[in-house]
Write a protein that binds this ligand. Structure first.
Ligand SMILES: [Zn+2]
Length: 392
């Protein structure tokens, strides 16, 4: 089951290797699972000289899984079969400051609609993976002191979904961890053992893939790099402390600095844009001004990149990843941001740590979240007690 969840398919020989069973015993056990309808043979695999092994997959009729990626302003849901092939997906705007019952209730309605449209009963949903934009106590599946969504504190997302989808195993994780899982499944990280995913948007978070497993830490808060202090005298952050990276360099800080530059008369373009926009600027406006060659906007984006890069340099020295993938709302900011980040990392990290280090924007982009939520659900599909103790 573990090999299947990881690779989508496996062979009898691999099952023999993993379990240490004899070939006869493997054959007997596999055949029993095929007879029960859990597994199916899928023709010929790749030849390694000699006979071509037949491959095994989950019987895709067995059931379905759902991936939910709840962002601060949007909600994405995908329905997949037990092999992880996406059957349906949808995105709609949301506001995560609403009470959890409202947003999760909307998710339930959409999931049931998708199931019916696909022609199956919601009872056939075996797993639901949920990503949320806040700190998650992974073992309990609840948010703890989430700055963006205070009403969700300690709310059991698991129990909510279990009431409607009684056969489903529900797993909750933070948005960056599911991005890392999505990157591992379909992105450039498929064969990477140690990598980081940095999400830069309203906040800044980090997903840590260590030995091909998500590192969540003892309570699930590993990777909360947005609250690393970069300036003791900096502005007050959502968390209550001063000068956190997120308060200094994320989307809202970029917009705030641009509005200040406009008010100070440092950029005619930003001033003009602000007047046209009803006296506000968004991070996208700053990006647009930067593309037009506006020096003040360029300076703001470079400064953000440098601060993020300085913190990343510390992470690189500490964790020694081979790849860093940068995602989130800010990834359309182009080269200036990326170059500033890379420069700071290269300047401040140890040479051995940066020899083979690749830092790039994630190419999986916004798909990574919902894909990862499906992977999260699949990870706990047909879970056995031993796995549970290990992971929770
Ligand atoms: Zn903070």
């Amino acid at each position: 089951m573990r090999a299947l969840r990881k690779n989508g398919q496996t062979s009898r020989a691999e099952v023999t290797n993993i379990t240490g069973w004899s070939r006869a015993k493997t054959s007997q056990e596999v055949n029993a699972l095929i007879e029960k309808g859990y597994l199916m043979d899928v023709g010929e695999g790749v030849s390694k000289g000699g006979r071509k092994p037949r491959l095994l997959r989950f019987n895709s009729q067995l059931g379905y899984v759902v991936g939910i990626d709840i962002g601060a302003t949007s909600l994405e849901i995908a329905l997949a079969d037990v092999n992880g092939s996406i059957l349906r997906r949808l995105v709609e705007p949301t506001d995560v400051r609403q009470p959890p019952e409202d947003i999760l209730g909307r998710c339930s309605v959409l999931i049931v609609e998708m199931a019916v449209a696909q022609g199956f009963h919601p009872e056939q949903i075996l797993g639901i993976g949920v990503g949320v934009p806040g700190p998650v106590d992974f073992a309990r599946g609840v948010l703890v002191a989430p700055p963006l969504m205070p009403d969700w504190e300690n709310y059991s997302i698991r129990n909510f979904f279990r009431e409607t989808f009684t056969s489903a195993f529900v797993v909750v994780d933070n948005d960056v961890n599911i991005m890392a899982l999505g990157e591992q499944r379909s992105g450039d990280a498929a064969d990477v053992d140690h990598f980081l995913v940095i999400k830069i948007g309203t906040g800044i978070g980090c997903g840590i893939m260590c030995n091909r497993k998500i590192h969540r830490g003892s309570t699930g808060s590993a990777g909360d790099v947005g609250h690393i202090c970069v300036d003791q005298q900096g502005p007050i952050c959502r968390c209550g402390n001063r000068g956190c990276l997120e308060a200094m360099a994320a989307g809202p800080a970029i917009a705030e600095k641009a509005m200040q530059a406009a008010r100070d008369g440092k950029s005619e373009l930003l001033q003009k844009m602000m007047e046209e926009n009803g006296n506000v600027l968004t991070p996208e406006d700053v990006n647009a001004a930067c593309r037009e060659g506006d020096e003040a906007a360029l300076e703001i984006i470079r400064a953000s990149g440098k601060m993020i890069g300085d913190v990343l340099a510390g992470l690189v020295n500490f964790f020694n990843p081979s790849h860093i993938f940068i995602g989130g709302g800010i990834t359309n900011f182009g080269n200036h941001l990326l170059v500033a980040i890379k420069r700071a990392v290269l300047r401040r990290s140890l040479p051995l740590a940066t020899t083979n280090l690749a830092i790039n924007y994630s190419r999986t982009g916004s798909d990574a979240g919902v894909l990862g939520a499906i992977m999260l659900a699949l990870e706990y599909l047909f879970v056995v007690e031993d796995d549970l103790h290990y992971s929770f």
